[in-house]
Ligand binder design. Structure first.
Ligand SMILES: *[C@@H]1O[C@H](CO)[C@@H](O)[C@H](O)[C@H]1NC(C)=O
Ligand SMILES: *[C@@H]1O[C@H](CO)[C@@H](O)[C@H](O)[C@H]1NC(C)=O
Ligand SMILES: *[C@@H]1O[C@H](CO)[C@@H](O)[C@H](O)[C@H]1NC(C)=O
Ligand SMILES: *[C@@H]1O[C@H](CO)[C@@H](O)[C@H](O)[C@H]1NC(C)=O
Ligand SMILES: *[C@@H]1O[C@H](CO)[C@@H](O)[C@H](O)[C@H]1NC(C)=O
Length: 702
């Protein structure tokens, strides 16, 4: 109530209190502002003017709007009833130089056109009474003045907007209750902004990536040139163990996510199984908890454990293993570990990676089972039992879905063929070549091949040669190491950029998809919401004219139906129809909305009739100049067919029109043709979630 009052005060404060004269000097009555210049003198003699479509008929300026039709095209009498209405129509259609209708300037309110036949008939059709300004008749009906209408309009608009906001809030709550995800459409403008931002970032990243790739190629060339002197290292480089490291990191990120998903859903269900109230005997809940305990026992038996933290640490360790530890073995020909350890570790790592991915797919299966249990509970639990434990679990599960959505259930994780191959190649390589580059383990028998040379001159020379060549090798190896370093740092930079780019592109795709979903169904999530309400057998019931009506949503939708029962014990029950389709009907919405406005606001005021306007360009359609207020309703229409046969008539059928409101109610039922009904219903389902008010164009300028 407070907000209504303050809104109201605001409106009053802002409304202009200036009272202006209706006849402005030099203003030709009945002509819109942008056409006033046509009534300036258009003759060499500045007191003269010729008809707009007849240059040969020259009049005094004072003959404009003097109540005598002088021009065959009617152009000298835009503001009186002197010329026939039909003249204007045909001339307007031919030349566009006169207005078909009389233009009310309606200062302080909204300009509009009225029919020429309404001009000068003693009744003010314009709120500024300009249509009667030049009338000979005495005014006998003045109606509301413009500033009065403006006030009434503002009150009407704010009342409507307030009730829309309540309705939308109720719709949001309903969606939340039935676990409908936030729909993308409401954020379309944000999405567009985001999309633009992301597109720009993608462009910047791509440019940088292209430049850095060139650097990588150059430094790789330098490095590989040097490498040719070291065949083992050269072959190792070809295996691209660093790339393998990033691939594994990416796979393990998914693994860790699955683990977290498992931990989270397990926690929700475990909490629920502690907190729910079995004695309420909600069959859905009790049965599912039993099922959950069974599955959990099975998981425990299978020793399923999931720890996303451990997975994360493992991923990092694996990454540094493939990007640092293994390359160092072949580059520096040294390792802080023994050869046996190095080989053992490489085999262990291979088994770990393969095993972990298999294991994760097992976890996914359990997640699926847990989720189907939670799906059933959160959709089908009995709301009336008010079990706090169940309600809280359903809420947590909603958040869970929000966090993981469908993504986690994309099916088993398949490591790419190339990842497994590359993993195998690196492992095999380490097995074969580590013994060639690393010193043998101390415990293994050393082969003393050089001893017998020492002491001989030849031997000394050979030893020297060997040391020299090693020195040489050592210095070139230092070169190699620094070249490698440079190459690696460019490469890892490129990897980072590539990953960042991948993420951005994925994000952009989500934004694109959201938008496409958005405009694909103006419905937002209504169909889904209807489905979910149906799965809890929601019925809307009201009594009208001694009949009780029930509009019931079922799952599947087509089993939903409308029933009419006599409101007395043992009264007859009739099927009005089964649900057929839902859709949006713009025209029906306009008709129903104006009906609603008239019922609500027209009783003591002529506001609504002052909002009806003829369009200059389209006289077939009745328009209303209330901005886009009608769009606060989505125009939702539900069609029902194949009801019980009428006596001596067709099968019953019905159209249900839903107007936006925070409360569900059947307002009225009319039989439009024999046995075909139209139901006026209000409720959150009728609210247009993306509605944004655009007020009409007021004429408030001085
Ligand atoms: C419009 O009508 C109201 C109420 O009848 C009156 O107070 C106000 O002065 C009028 N304004 C003009 C411009 O006539
Ligand atoms: C992983 O699963 C695949 C296919 O099910 C199987 O061939 C492979 O041996 C498994 N690997 C490990 C390490 O368990
Ligand atoms: C949604 O709108 C966008 C932008 O206006 C358009 O490119 C896209 O094709 C539309 N999608 C559908 C499904 O209509
Ligand atoms: C409803 O029933 C009452 C009592 O039977 C009757 O007086 C009344 O006229 C009925 N109203 C309508 C709209 O049929
Ligand atoms: C909802 O409102 C928006 C903006 O006001 C409008 O563009 C759209 O057509 C409306 N949707 C429906 C279904 O009426």
């Amino acid at each position: 109530m407070v907000s209504v009052l303050s809104l109201f005060l605001l409106i009053i404060e802002q409304s202009p209190l200036v009272v202006s004269s209706q006849l402005i000097q030099g203003h030709v009555v009945g002509v819109p502002r942008e056409r006033q210049h046509l009534y300036d003198s258009n003759e060499p003699d500045l007191t003269k003017w010729h008809c707009l479509n007849h240059e040969d008929i020259v009049l005094d300026l004072s003959q404009i709007n003097d109540g005598v039709c002088d021009c065959p095209d009617g152009s000298d009498e835009p503001g009186t009833a002197a010329c026939e209405e039909d003249i204007f129509k045909s001339v307007a259609e031919r030349t566009g130089k006169v207005n078909k209708y009389f233009y009310c300037d309606n200062k302080d309110f909204i300009p509009r056109y009225v029919r020429k036949s309404e001009v000068a008939d003693g009744i003010c059709d314009c709120c500024d009474c300009s249509d009667e300004l030049l009338s000979e008749y005495k005014l006998f009906d003045v109606g509301s003045n413009c500033s009065q209408l403006k006030n009434e309009f503002d009150i009407m608009a704010s009342t409507e907007l307030l009730s829309y906001r309540e309705g939308k809030k109720a719709l949001d709550a309903l969606e939340k209750k039935y676990g409908i995800k936030e729909d993308g459409m409401a954020h379309n403008s944000c999405i567009n902004e985001d999309r633009e931002k992301v597109s720009n970032e993608i462009k910047v990243l791509s440019d940088r990536l292209a430049k850095d790739r060139i650097k990588v190629e150059q430094s790789r060339g330098d490095y590989f040139n040097q490498l040719t002197q070291d065949p083992i290292l050269y072959r190792f480089e070809q295996l691209n163990s660093a790339r393998l490291g990033s691939d594994i990191l990416a796979s393990f990120t998914m693994v860790s996510r699955v683990s977290k998903g498992y931990q989270d859903i397990l926690r929700i269900l475990s909490d629920l199984s502690e907190a729910y109230t079995p004695s309420l005997n909600d069959k859905v809940v009790n049965d599912n908890i039993k099922k959950f305990r069974k599955v959990r026992r099975r998981a425990e038996k299978a020793k399923i454990t999931a720890d996303s933290k451990i997975d994360g640490d493992q991923a990092e360790n694996l990454f540094s293993y493939f990007t640092e530890e293994v390359p160092q073995i072949f580059l520096k020909r040294e390792s802080e570990y023994s050869l046996r350890y190095v080989i053992g570790k490489s085999n262990f790592v291979q088994a770990l990676v393969e095993g972990k991915i298999n294991y994760t797919n097992d976890i996914l299966e359990y997640i699926k089972e847990f989720r189907s249990i939670m799906d059933d509970i959160s959709q089908n639990y009995n709301v009336n039992f008010q079990d706090a434990g169940v309600k809280s679990a359903a809420d947590s599960y909603n958040n869970y879905l929000g966090e993981y959505g469908e993504r986690i259930e994309l099916g088993p994780i398949h490591p790419s063929e190339s990842l497994l191959e590359s993993l195998n190649a690196v492992t095999t390589f380490v097995n074969e070549n580590a013994p060639k580059v690393l010193p043998p383990d101390a415990s293994e028998p050393e082969q003393d091949t050089n001893d017998y040379l020492i002491g001989t001159f030849e031997g000394l020379r050979n030893k020297l040669k060997e040391i020299l060549s090693k020195l040489n090798l050592f210095s070139s190896r230092r070169d190699l190491v620094s070249l490698e370093k440079r190459f690696r740092s460019y490469e890892s930079q490129v990897n980072l950029l590539e990953n960042e780019l991948k993420l951005k592109m994925a994000y952009k795709k989500i934004l694109d998809d959201t938008q496409n979903e958005g405009n694909g169904t103006t419905a937002g999530n209504l169909p889904e919401l209807l489905e979910r309400m149906g799965s809890q057998s929601y019925c809307l019931e009201d009594i009208l004219d001694n009949y009780s009506y029930a509009i019931c949503f079922e799952h599947p939708m087509v089993e939903g139906a409308i029933y009419q029962s006599e409101d007395k014990v043992g009264g007859k029950k009739v099927l009005i129809g089964h649900f057929k389709t839902s859709g949006f009907n713009v025209d029906l919405n306009m008709e129903k909305y104006v009906e609603h406005l008239k019922a609500m606001y027209d009783e003591k005021s002529d506001l609504i009739s002052n909002l009806a306007a003829i369009q200059e360009d389209d006289d077939k359609t009745q328009r209303y100049i209330f901005g886009n207020l009608n769009e606060l309703n989505s125009g939702l229409v539900l069609e029902y067919e194949d009801g019980d046969q009428c006596w001596n008539g067709p099968r019953r059928s019905a159209t249900v029109f839903v107007r936006c409101s925070d409360t569900f109610k059947i307002r009225s039922v009319h039989e439009v043709t024999k046995c075909s009904y139209i139901f006026d219903v209000t409720g959150p389902l009728g609210c247009n979630k993306t509605f944004e008010y655009e007020p009409p164009k007021f004429n408030l300028v001085e």
